[in-house]
Design a protein around this ligand. Structure first.
Ligand code: HAM
Length: 420
């Protein structure tokens, strides 16, 4: 292994591709900020217990995929595999739910860690932008979140995605369904591990990707048939609100998410260009999570969109985001005095809000112009001794190739006027 090789299942974000990641985070967070969600940041690690209680003891995430460590002080910690449990924990710790304004709406952006088998679109370190609305049971809130995610993807120009929607019921009707499903599963020819899963978390068996298992699942009881009246009404209203908003979705009675905290509304955004790791985002309602981690009853709903997979989806659709060049003006100093004078001008330009850069390393005209070209700057400011003696610099339009002298003390204004 080379010394410079990033750990397995991870990759570095480097320019120019990294600019797309920033643009994607921006595109996802802009609609949620606009809908009253406030920014929250929580630690990269938490006590393991938060996730084992919150995400669920029987989930792959907790049993197989958590990076855990014991500190020298004997704290048992996990790198966060997801954001919802952390955000809810933080909201409870800060008593946000007691400040009278429910729901508490929060959004976040960060790194998450899962020890998964690496494949295209599935990494051990990945990035999500998420949004959570804590402490209100209202179908309009579920709809709001789905609409906002849809808006984010559409702003990015994505077209080849679908929204899968389901209801997982609540603590009234889910146990009845669970029982019926278990009875059905017990009658099948399943391997031991799957049978064990059927006892602990039967809904997860529906998610089994193996063809021989799927074949046997034909005719399995469907949760939709078991929803209680309250859940049915709730779900119907979410669907109606989405339809009224012009957001197309597909009912997917088999949509079971990989985290245990979901109740009622669950959804996934899947993209057609990503192969087997097709989920670009997902979420749902988690009315019982607060109590599961020791808090009061706080019905909540949220989602997390995967930044890595969203970038892959853009690439699959051949969409290039219009990421503006990082630099507008590039300084090319010829000689010592020009170096000092132009460095001062670059500082002035930056203070005036103009993105500006400088040819470092004492290069000659040819090398420095190459730097200017590579920077993508619209203008180069070139100056040698003779220019300075005349009190001017040469302002070169890198697109047209035209060049004109500009008085040194008028440079900042001239550049700003041209860029405006
Ligand atoms: P999740 O479905 O586990 O949900 O993850 C959400 C998104 O994160 C996925 O759709 C995917 O785009 C991305 N993702 C997950 N694992 C990986 C991976 N190994 N490599 C690359 N991308 C990945 C949650 O995490 C929930 N906390 C969502 C939520 C928020 N539910 C309610 N509120």
């Amino acid at each position: 292994m080379s010394t410079f090789q990033a750990p397995k299942g991870t990759y570095d974000l480097i320019p120019p591709r990294s600019a797309t990641f920033l643009a994607v985070r921006d595109a996802i967070s802009t609609p949620v900020k606009n809908a009253g969600y406030g920014y929250i940041e929580t630690p990269g690690f938490e006590n393991v217990e938060l996730f084992s209680r919150g995400v669920g003891e029987s989930t792959d995430i907790v049993t197989k995929e958590m990076y855990t460590l014991t500190t020298k002080g004997n704290d048992y910690l996990a790198l966060r595999p997801e954001g919802t449990a952390s955000v809810l924990r933080a909201a409870l710790q800060a008593n946000l739910h007691k400040q009278g304004n429910l729901p508490v709406k929060l959004w976040y952006s960060g790194s998450y860690y899962r020890y998964e088998r690496q494949q295209a679109g599935r990494y051990r370190h990945f990035s999500q932008v998420g949004a959570e609305a804590i402490g209100a049971e209202d179908p309009a809130l579920d709809a709001e979140l789905i609409i906002l995610a849809d808006q984010a993807y559409r702003t990015l120009g994505l077209r080849n995605f679908r929204i899968l929607l389901n209801s997982l019921g609540d603590k009234e009707c889910r146990p009845v369904y669970r029982e019926a499903l278990q009875t059905f599963l017990r009658g099948l020819d399943l391997d031991e591990e799957t049978l064990r899963r059927a006892e602990i978390n039967p809904l997860r068996v529906l998610d089994d990707k193996r063809a021989d298992v799927q074949k046997q699942l034909v005719g399995a009881p469907v949760l939709t048939d078991y929803l209680c009246d309250a859940c049915k009404t709730y779900h119907a209203e979410v669907r109606e609100l989405l339809t009224a908003a012009g957001v197309a979705f597909e009912d997917d009675v088999k949509l079971v998410r990989g985290l245990d905290y979901y109740t009622r509304t669950t959804f996934e955004f899947v993209h057609g260009g990503l192969g087997s790791q097709s989920a670009v985002g997902g979420g749902g309602r988690y009315d019982g999570l607060s109590e599961m981690i020791g808090g009061p009853a706080l019905p909540s709903v949220g989602w997390a969109l995967g930044v890595d997979r969203t970038v892959l989806a853009l690439e699959a659709e051949g969409i290039e985001l219009d990421v503006p060049s990082a630099t507008s003006v590039f300084a090319v100093p010829l000689g010592e005095e020009a170096r000092r004078v132009l460095f001062g001008k670059i500082t002035e330009l930056r203070k005036a809000g103009v993105a500006a850069d400088f040819s470092y390393g004492g290069k000659g005209l040819k090398g420095a112009m190459k730097d200017a070209n590579r920077s993508g700057a619209r203008y180069a400011v070139v100056a040698g001794e003779r220019d300075l003696a005349e009190g001017v610099v040469q302002l070169k339009d890198m697109e047209s190739g035209e060049q004109e002298p500009v008085a040194l003390d008028a440079l900042v204004e001239a550049v700003r006027a041209k860029l405006a």
